[in-house]
Design a protein around this ligand. Structure first.
Ligand code: HEC
Length: 432
């Protein structure tokens, strides 16, 4: 009896204290946001102090709730990637609760220190550093600029590359970059034909690359390929970087660099690029959900290491998967809400084995209606394959590891035969 009375007399009041900046919000921002949101970086404002976060508390919570920040386009659960940027449900609730409570500071003594931002090359001393030949000027405003720059390697022998690190010369304006290889001299000729540094291209590299070294977007961490694997860098070939610049409201200059790390021993497994693509695109004006479906049956066993989806402004969604001869589905990547502004190269946590005879299947959807705010044409126009802003592409670069050069050759020939006419393939990268 006494016990019951005691309990009734002292009901337990469970009061969950509102989350504070010091206790939970600062650690959360340090973990997920400040890598891009610190001064001099690509994000439009820093999130490195209490004041930075307090005055935008509601906005931060909203972006988190709508899954627009941190930027990460791959659908969770469909493919497993390195360096995933996703907030947990609990973290989203915390940001919201903090904003609703008026964004309290908490105990200032408990605010954790900021992470240390590495200034130098993150993987140690590179074997080769290449820099743009000069400063490239970006006007204060106007449309975004896509520019390719040629960097001759002048290597005397073939090498295999384990990793690269791209370092923007100017974080404020460099939005992302793609790195291609050219051993044909085509990119050099294009560069020479254009009086300013580099040459202009919008989507693809603007020439037929002999390979790729992957891509860079803000927040990317450089990473070595698993031991024994490498990308072939032929002697005397050029590295071509295609940079996407975002005007900032002031005149800007950029001179970006790239560091190359060779494999300690020549790689035994070559990582090569295969395009899963179709040039057959013809999107009628007004079409809201135009679909392209691409299938490629691999004659050989493949191991996939990275995937890099690519579409332009009308791109809406892309899904890439493999289907084994037994009918088992292997997810590769699914970008549910494509954003041209956020192109990434996705590195698989484990190389993915695709048995010989499997189908690689790509589905892409495009919105060419007037209701698409990104539609570059008003009123909407018929859209076909091409390199210009108003054109579209349907392409996923897939980096594969072959067990031997012969095997790679067989896969390449199959790609030509199944997906393109030889003429198509040449045009594919030349942007014609
Ligand atoms: C990988 C880099 C990166 C990370 C990580 C990142 N942001 Fe951003 N953020 C950006 C960029 C770049 C922009 C500018 C808009 C754009 O280009 O998409 C931006 C814009 C924003 C905006 C303004 C959006 C607008 O429409 O004006 C908010 C708010 C924001 N980020 C919050 C966050 C929060 C909160 C986190 C962490 C949970 C975060 N961001 C993590 C790069 C990043």
């Amino acid at each position: 009896m006494f016990v019951i009375l005691f309990c009734l007399a002292m009901p337990e009041v469970v009061e969950i204290p509102a989350p504070t900046y010091a206790s939970v919000v600062a650690p959360l921002l340090n973990k997920h946001c400040v890598i891009c949101h610190h001064s001099g970086e690509v994000a439009p404002f820093p999130l490195t102090s209490f004041e930075d976060a307090r005055k935008r508390a509601g906005f931060l919570a909203k972006m988190a709730e709508e899954k627009r920040m941190p930027p990460w386009k791959a659908e969770p659960g469909f493919g497993e990637f390195h360096d995933t940027r996703i907030l947990t449900g609990e973290e989203i609730v915390t940001l919201k609760a903090w904003a609703d409570a008026g964004a309290p500071l908490g105990d200032p003594a408990r605010v954790p220190p900021l992470p240390v931002f590495t200034e130098g090359w993150q993987l140690g001393k590179p074997d080769l550093v290449l820099e743009m030949p000069g400063d490239f000027d970006i006007p204060a405003d106007g449309p975004d600029i896509y520019r390719s720059f040629v960097m001759p390697t002048r290597l005397k022998t073939d090498q295999t590359v384990a990793a690269i690190e791209f370092k923007p010369g100017n974080h404020r304006t460099v939005h992302h970059a793609m790195l291609f290889l050219d051993s044909s001299g085509e990119a050099r000729r294009k560069d020479a034909a254009d009086p300013a540094h580099g040459f202009g291209t919008f989507g693809g590299p603007g020439f037929l690359p002999s390979g790729t070294l992957g891509g860079w977007a803000p927040g990317n961490k450089p990473r070595r390929l698993p031991e024994g694997m490498g990308r072939l860098l032929k002697k005397d070939s050029d590295i071509v970087i295609q940079v996407h610049y975002h005007p900032t409201g002031k005149m800007e200059k950029d001179r970006s660099k790239v560091a190359i790390y060779f494999t300690p021993e020549p790689a035994v497994q070559m990582v090569a690029m295969m395009p899963l693509a179709t040039r057959k695109i013809d999107i009628p004006p007004g079409e809201k959900r135009y679909n392209r479906h691409v299938e490629f049956t691999t004659p050989e066993h493949l191991r996939v290491v990275t995937v890099t989806p690519h579409m332009h402004l009308l791109g809406q969604e892309m899904k890439v998967r493999a289907i084994t001869p037994q009918g088992k589905e292997i997810p590769l990547i699914w970008i549910r809400h494509w954003e041209f502004n956020w192109q990434d190269s996705y590195s698989l946590v484990r190389p993915l084995d695709i048995p010989a005879g499997s189908k690689l299947v790509l589905d892409a959807w495009y919105d060419n209606s007037a209701g698409n705010p990104l539609n570059p044409s008003s009123p909407p126009q018929r859209v076909t394959w091409g390199e210009q802003t108003v054109d579209e592409m349907c392409l996923c670069f897939i980096s594969i590891v072959a067990d031997s050069p012969q095997q790679l050759q067989k896969v390449r020939s199959a790609v030509f035969l199944q997906l393109f006419s030889p003429k198509d393939f040449l045009r594919l990268m030349q942007g014609k």
